[in-house]
Design a protein around this ligand. Structure first.
Ligand SMILES: O=C(CO)[C@H](O)[C@H](O)COP(=O)(O)O
Ligand SMILES: [Fe+2]
Length: 227
């Protein structure tokens, strides 16, 4: 695995040409497809389900697909997304009655598992789970919509989680999602993130390749400060 990953969020892609636009973001240098699932219950928006993910696989998308579940309840959708071709599945622990069981379910279905923390969610869910997850995802906006501004207090939270991961010695990715742009990705990387979701910053520009290359240049500048 690369030492950091850029994950274009297709929430901001052209839904009428989703296969083509997703392929374009990967061809432009994206590592992972970030796939936002919203249920109009856990979050106030409604997006895509397993059928859409399967359609992307059938279209020929072979890059890892990072399913960010913003749904409640969580468990019933996990086998469906795994069957459809998900690679990573992350969920919000407060949306699951049994967090450990949900992580086990994701792994039993052959996917990597992660916990997602909203800006105001404390990190206590990590106390007994850091050895069981592959990804910790910190939301840097309140979940539900693309195009919001990065919440600066996420930087301290990233530093805290980076410290916990490094002290533990476990192989865990630290993902960040919301308001990530070329002009703030360096400080986000320096705070410890190694997986960067970016939706509007990539898809709202005509040339995805240039944005992703600029993001990489910024991350690589910052990486010396923690790797
Ligand atoms: O999970 C999400 C929102 O709930 C999206 O992944 C996120 O907002 C990406 O969009 P942007 O980069 O435009 O902020
Ligand atoms: Fe997301």
């Amino acid at each position: 695995m690369k030492n950091y990953l850029i994950a274009p969020s297709i929430l901001s892609a052209d839904f009428a040409r989703l296969g083509e636009d997703t392929a374009k973001a990967i061809a432009a240098g994206g590592d992972v497809v970030h796939f936002d699932v919203m249920d109009n219950h856990y979050v106030p928006n409604l997006t895509m389900g397993p059928m859409v993910l399967k359609a992307l696989r059938d279209y020929g998308i072979t890059a890892p697909i990072d399913v960010h579940l913003m749904v409640k309840p969580v468990d019933a959708l996990i086998p469906e997304f795994a069957k459809a071709g998900a690679s990573f599945i992350t969920f919000h622990p407060e949306a699951s009655e049994h967090v450990d069981r949900t992580v086990q379910l994701i792994k039993e279905h052959g996917c990597k598992a992660g916990l997602v923390f909203n800006p105001a969610t404390p990190l206590t869910y990590l106390d007994y789970m850091l050895d069981k997850v592959d990804i910790v995802l910190l939301m840097s906006v309140n979940p539900g919509f693309g195009g919001q501004s990065f919440i600066p207090s996420t930087l301290n939270k990233l530093r805290e989680v980076r410290k916990r991961i490094d002290q533990s010695g476990y192989d865990v990715r630290l993902e960040v999602d919301g308001g990530v742009k070329v002009d703030n990705i360096a400080e986000i990387a320096a705070a410890g993130a190694d997986m960067f979701v970016a939706g509007s910053a990539i898809f709202n520009q005509p040339d995805y390749r240039t944005v992703i290359a600029e993001m990489r240049r910024e991350v690589e500048k910052a990486h010396g400060s923690f790797h």
